[in-house]
Design a protein around this ligand. Structure first.
Ligand code: IMP
Ligand code: MG
Length: 178
């Protein structure tokens, strides 16, 4: 385990199980639809690549990078598109792939953004959710697991752009960020 982690919250095996059960539901729900998985950079990269391997339907993929104004560990309601998707979304059933939903501000903005691009449907698949921190009440269709209000890193998730490469999800020691 990394020295900056307090403890491991989810092992690689536990993450794999969560990814497989999410994919199973998606495989059933999106039969006959025009699925496109859109990953939110950069946190979703490991989840996206593991999830898409378990999708048995024909699908497209794309990425979007959004940043919210304001600094620190909390996001504001104002979101900025840093890198947009690279194809039209008309008629496509968009499934947004995200690492973690916290306040909900980012996904609230991105959902509306994709609807305005004429997507047929827009749903959300997040590996982790921190329900206690929700500010905007948006429907999240697929949640891997709910987590307590602690700062987690690894499996794509960062603190200050570090720890994304850890293959497990760990709780960061508060001494690292306070
Ligand atoms: P929201 O707009 O407040 O829902 O912010 C969601 C984003 O905040 C996620 O995509 C992450 O980038 C970041 N975030 C929230 N909680 C954590 C955490 O515990 N570890 C790492 N990143 C987090
Ligand atoms: Mg993120």
């Amino acid at each position: 385990m990394h020295k900056d982690c307090e403890r491991i919250l989810f092992t690689q095996e536990e993450i794999h199980q969560m990814v497989c059960s999410l994919a199973k539901r998606i495989n059933e729900d999106y039969k006959g639809k025009n699925l496109i998985l859109i990953g939110l950079l950069k946190g979703s990269i490991m989840f996206m690549s593991d999830l898409m391997k378990e999708i048995e339907l024909d699908c497209k993929i794309d990425f979007i990078c959004a940043s919210s104004y304001g600094s620190g560990s909390t996001s504001s309601g104002r979101v900025n598109i840093v890198k947009d998707v690279s194809q039209p979304l008309d008629g496509l059933d968009v499934l947004i792939v995200e690492d973690i939903i916290d306040s909900g501000n980012t996904l609230n903005f991105i959902t509306k953004y994709f609807k305005a691009k004429n997507a047929e449907s827009v749903k959300i698949c997040t590996l982790l959710s921190k329900p206690d921190r929700r500010v905007v009440d948006i429907p999240v269709d697929y949640i891997g697991v709910e987590v307590p209000d602690e700062f987690v890193v690894g499996y794509g998730l960062d603190f200050d752009e570090n720890y994304r490469n850890l293959p497990y999800i760990g709780i960061l020691k508060p001494s690292v960020y306070s």
